[in-house]
Design a protein around this ligand. Structure first.
Ligand code: C5P
Length: 307
């Protein structure tokens, strides 16, 4: 018998590497990128109840997140319900409660991850196979990053191509060290960042590791790159200002997460990560950025899964 209630963690992601190619006729860009799901996560609860699909959004990062039909969670739930019904399954109402911790417009894939969690939860409640090819295709329609969260849930690490929806899972990544993640008050709009993309490219291999994993934190640090960095700065001058400030206080440490505005850096251990945050907080300009979040996380990929 199927469960009646499911709770999932819907992780944030960042792109360890992000190589971009040309703009396609459909307006999207071809990419080749290693996505890593993080320990930082939203929480989604889903329970079979009544006839309707309903969504409540709460939590520390809930401000400004819609709970109406425009939320990707409800759009994913509706799509899965229709798919289940088309397979002759009894697809009743579901009550969804989304607890937001991952900031929006931050380059962390929060909305896409929530949609993937909703798709997985609804599929399980309705008795649909979560690895159904039609489910994956439906989810990819909702956002370029959605497919990653579902297809790479076992390890939280994958090399993605196409517009992001072609997902080749990689073994889980775990290294000694700490990942410092910062999200300033301002956000970056992904479509504006892509629209500002010029010809500049790092021209580097997205994952040069034989056997799938870097042997050390130093090896991982050497391969990080993100072809969206300059476009994000051009389209969002406040980001250029923010990144210049980070570069002055911690030279060579921070990269842009996805299309921004979050930035991340790798430190030798948690104590070094905390010391770095303390140094940023003491600086006069640091206080101006009114961070939406500052985290010191393990260097460990962790996919969508039970909460
Ligand atoms: O798919 P998603 O809705 O997340 O994409 C947001 C915007 O980012 C798209 O409208 C497009 O402008 C841009 N994008 C792109 N190429 C990709 C992914 C996103 O141009 N591979």
């Amino acid at each position: 018998m199927n469960a009646r209630r499911i709770a999932l963690r819907a992780p944030a992601k960042l792109n360890l590497t992000l190589a971009l190619f040309g703009r396609r006729p459909d307006g999207y860009h071809e990419l080749d990128s290693v996505f890593m799901a993080l320990e930082l996560a939203d929480r989604l609860e889903a329970e079979l109840s009544g006839d309707e699909l309903r969504l409540v959004v709460r939590g520390p990062a809930a401000a400004g997140v819609p709970s109406d039909g425009s939320n990707l969670v409800l759009r994913a739930a509706r799509a899965v319900r229709a798919l289940a019904a088309s397979r002759g399954l009894a697809a009743g109402g579901i009550e969804l409660v989304l607890e937001k911790h991952v900031p929006a417009e931050a380059g962390l894939g929060g909305g896409s991850s929530d949609a993937a969690a909703a798709a997985l939860a609804c599929a399980r409640l309705y008795g649909l196979d979560p690895d159904d090819a039609e489910l994956a295709a439906t989810l990819a329609e909702l956002g370029s990053d959605c497919a990653f969260f579902l297809a790479a849930r076992a390890t939280g690490l994958a090399r993605c191509s196409g517009r992001g929806e072609q997902v080749a899972p990689l073994p889980a990544l775990t290294l000694p060290g700490a990942l410092v993640l910062l999200t300033p008050a301002f956000g970056c709009a992904t479509s504006r960042v892509y629209a500002a993309l010029g010809p500049e490219r790092a021209g580097r291999s997205p994952w040069p590791f034989e056997g799938g994993a870097p042997a050390s934190l130093a090896a991982l640090r050497c391969v990080l790159f993100n072809d969206l960095e300059l476009a994000a700065e051009r389209s969002h001058p406040e980001l250029a200002d923010f990144r210049q400030w980070l570069q002055r206080l911690a030279p060579g440490t921070f990269r842009l997460a996805g299309s921004g505005s979050s930035c991340f850096g790798l430190c030798a251990d948690e104590a070094e990560g905390r010391a770095l945050l303390a140094r940023l907080a003491l600086d006069d300009r640091g206080r101006r950025y009114a961070f939406r979040g500052q985290w010191v996380l393990p260097v460990r990929s962790r996919g969508l899964g039970p909460a």
